[in-house]
Design a binder for this molecule. Structure first.
Ligand code: HEM
Length: 156
């Protein structure tokens, strides 16, 4: 009975306020691209869900203003992106969220992202984590979760 429930969720899920509609897809935490951690020390080092949200806000602000990659974000739904990045990090860091976005391959498939773009985004993420005073060991735990997603995000 899981499949009909998923289909219903996809068919009837309304577009959140302020966001643009996207083509239907099957919602699953597997789309987040990494297994969640369950280490309270790690979550505390990130300053919980509020800290995660601040890091994502800084990451997006830096990236849309970054001349190396700003073109990629132009004309994209940044309201949706902000919401789903927060959900994804919250899920991966074990802060109690489900991830409701698309998988990494489908979300990035038309963006033409190159290795240099990925490196620029990771630099901005490191700056955002440093601004939140996330210790290096806790930064590295998150970066290790993101590393395998490179192959789905970067175009070959
Ligand atoms: C491991 C690295 C990355 C992660 C974890 C990640 C995560 C995400 C997530 C969760 C979404 C929303 C998915 C959805 O709309 O259903 C998304 C979309 C997007 N990402 Fe990434 N991303 C990564 C790398 C990048 C890079 C390197 C860039 C550009 C430099 C980028 C640009 C975008 C843009 C523009 C969208 C919006 C696409 C759309 O609305 O159609 N991402 N990403």
């Amino acid at each position: 009975m899981i499949l009909p429930a998923v289909l219903l969720a996809v068919q009837f899920s309304a577009t959140p306020q302020g966001e643009e509609p996207v083509a239907a897809y099957a919602v699953s935490n597997a789309n987040a691209g990494a297994q969640p951690t369950s280490d309270p020390r790690l979550l505390a080092a990130w300053h919980g869900r509020a800290g995660i949200n601040r890091v994502i806000d800084t990451l997006i602000d830096l990236s849309v203003a970054d001349p190396r990659i700003s073109d990629i974000f132009r004309n994209q739904d940044q309201v949706r992106l902000r919401r789903l990045l927060k959900e994804q990090f919250c899920y991966i860091l074990g802060a109690g969220c489900d991830y409701s976005g698309r998988n990494m391959r489908n979300a990035h498939k038309d963006l033409g992202i190159q290795t240099a773009d990925m490196n620029a985004l990771v630099e901005n993420l490191q700056a955002a984590m440093a601004a939140e005073k996330v210790p290096i060991w806790a930064q590295n735990r998150l970066l290790a979760k993101l590393a395998p997603m490179r192959k789905d995000v970067v175009e070959r």
